[in-house]
Design a protein around this ligand. Structure first.
Ligand SMILES: NC(=O)c1ccc[n+]([C@@H]2O[C@H](COP(=O)([O-])OP(=O)(O)OC[C@H]3O[C@@H](n4cnc5c(N)ncnc54)[C@H](OP(=O)(O)O)[C@@H]3O)[C@@H](O)[C@H]2O)c1
Length: 351
C-alpha cells in the first residue's frame, strides 16, 4: 500500500528580512514549515534565508515591495506553485515617519499608508485568492497597541495600524457571512527590540527608541506562531499593550494629556540624532542587521499574552455579579419594607 505523503505546511511572511518578521520566519522554520519571505532588501533576505535553513525550514524569497499589489500576488502564486498551497500568511511589513503632523508631508503620509496599511490589504488579497477556494488558511495581521491608542510624533503609522484593524473587522464579518473557514487574527504588539529605530525616517533631534518595556522579537514570534494555530480574534501581548488599549477605552482624555507631557521624551534617547543617516521609507537600507535592534541590554526575552475575550468575559461576569447583587438587595429591601408595613397595619388593628 502506498503511503500518502503529507504536504509540509507553508507560511508567507511579509517584512521578513529583519525585526519581528525575521523572528517570525525563524519560528515557523523551527517547526519545520516552508517559509515564503517577502521584503525589499536583498542583503537582509539572504541573511533570513540562512537563518531559516539553519532553523530547519525551507525558504523561498522574493524581493518585492508590499505597496505593489501585483508583485505580492505574483509572489503568492509562486509560493503555491512551489509548495502546493499557503496555510498561513503573516502581514508584518511596515514603515513609519517620526515627525509632528505639521512637519510630515502629504507624500510621506501616502507612502506610510501604502506600505503599512495597504501592504496588509495586498497581502490579504493575495492570501485569500488561494485560501478561499480551499476553504482553509489563517491570515495573521501584525498590529500594535498603537492601533488602539495613537501617540504623538507617529500619526502616519498609528493611523495606518488603526486602518488595518478596521479592514480586518470588515473582512471577518464577510468571511463569517460566507460561511468561510478562512481565519483572521490580529496580534497587538508592545515595544520590540528591532532595527526599526535606526532606519525609520525621522525629523526628531535625538535618536529613536521604543517606549519601554521592550521585548525581544523571538518572544513576540512565539506568540505569533501560537496565534496562527489558535486564531483568536485578537491577541494582546504584554501588560504595556493591555494598559494602553484598556486605558484608552476608559480614560482617553487623560491619556491625551499624559502623552502631551511625556510622549515626546519617551520616544527619544538623550543621544543626538545623525541627520544624514539613510532611511527605509522608499528604498530598503540594504544591510543585514538581523532581527534585533540596539536594545539587547534592556530587552526582555519572555512576555505574557492573552486573548482580550477573557477581559470581556471577566467584565461581563463582574457586571452580572453587580446587577445580580443589586437585584437581590432591592428585592430583600422590598420584602423587609412589606413586612414592616403589614406589622404596622396589625398594630393599628389592635389599637
Ligand atoms: N518594533 C516595535 O516596537 C513594534 C511595536 C509594535 C508593533 N510592531 C510591528 O511589528 C512589525 C515589524 O516591525 P519591526 O519593528 O520589526 O520593523 P523593522 O525592524 O523596521 O522591519 C521591517 C521589515 O519590513 C520590511 N519592509 C519595510 N518596507 C517594506 C516594503 N515596502 N515592502 C516589503 N517589505 C518592507 C523591512 O525590510 P526591507 O526594508 O528590506 O524591505 C523589514 O524586513 C510591524 O508590523 C510593526 O508595526 C513593532
Amino acid at each position: 500500500m502506498r503511503k500518502q505523503v503529507e504536504r509540509k505546511r507553508t507560511v508567507v511572511v511579509t517584512g521578513a528580512s529583519a525585526g519581528v518578521g525575521r523572528a517570525v520566519a525563524c519560528e515557523f522554520a523551527r517547526h519545520g514549515w516552508n517559509v515564503g519571505l517577502i521584503a525589499r532588501g536583498e542583503a537582509g533576505l539572504h541573511g533570513t534565508i540562512e537563518d531559516v535553513v539553519r532553523a530547519g525550514g525551507r525558504p523561498m524569497a522574493f524581493a518585492a515591495d508590499v505597496a505593489d499589489a501585483d508583485a505580492v500576488s505574483q509572489a503568492a502564486a509562486e509560493v503555491v506553485a512551489a509548495f502546493g498551497g499557503i496555510d498561513v500568511w503573516v502581514n508584518n511589513a511596515m514603515v513609519t515617519v517620526y515627525a509632528p503632523v505639521q512637519q510630515t508631508s502629504a507624500e510621506e503620509f501616502r507612502r506610510v499608508t501604502e506600505v503599512t496599511y495597504l501592504g496588509q490589504v495586498h497581502g490579504t488579497l493575495a492570501a485569500l485568492e488561494h485560501m478561499v477556494p480551499k476553504d482553509s488558511g489563517t491570515i495573521v495581521h501584525i498590529g500594535s497597541a498603537l492601533a488602539y491608542r495613537s501617540i504623538p510624533l507617529q500619526a502616519t503609522y498609528c493611523a495606518a495600524k488603526a486602518a488595518v484593524r478596521g479592514f480586518v473587522d470588515s473582512l471577518r464579518s464577510e468571511l463569517l457571512h460566507d460561511g468561510s473557514k478562512v481565519r483572521l487574527t490580529m496580534v497587538q504588539l508592545p515595544a520590540v527590540n528591532t532595527p526599526q529605530f535606526d532606519w525609520a525616517r525621522s525629523v526628531l533631534p535625538r535618536k529613536l527608541e521604543p517606549v519601554p518595556p521592550i521585548y525581544q522579537p523571538e518572544a513576540i514570534a512565539r506568540h505569533v506562531y501560537a496565534a496562527a494555530q489558535a486564531a483568536p480574534r485578537e491577541l494582546w501581548i504584554g501588560t504595556s499593550a493591555w494598559k494602553a488599549i484598556v486605558g484608552n477605552m476608559v480614560i482617553p482624555g487623560w491619556i491625551d494629556g499624559y502623552l502631551a507631557r511625556h510622549g515626546y521624551r519617551g520616544e527619544m534617547t538623550s543621544v543626538r540624532a545623525n541627520k544624514h543617516r539613510a532611511d527605509n521609507l522608499y528604498e530598503p537600507v540594504d544591510t543585514d542587521p538581523g532581527a534585533h535592534g540596539r536594545f539587547d541590554d534592556r530587552a526582555v526575552g519572555h512576555v505574557a499574552a492573552a486573548d482580550p475575550k477573557w477581559l470581556k468575559l471577566g467584565l461581563a461576569a463582574a457586571l452580572g455579579l453587580v446587577a445580580g447583587t443589586t437585584l437581590f438587595a432591592t428585592e430583600a429591601q422590598g420584602r423587609h419594607d412589606a413586612r414592616r408595613q403589614s406589622a404596622g397595619r396589625r398594630l393599628a388593628c389592635r389599637d
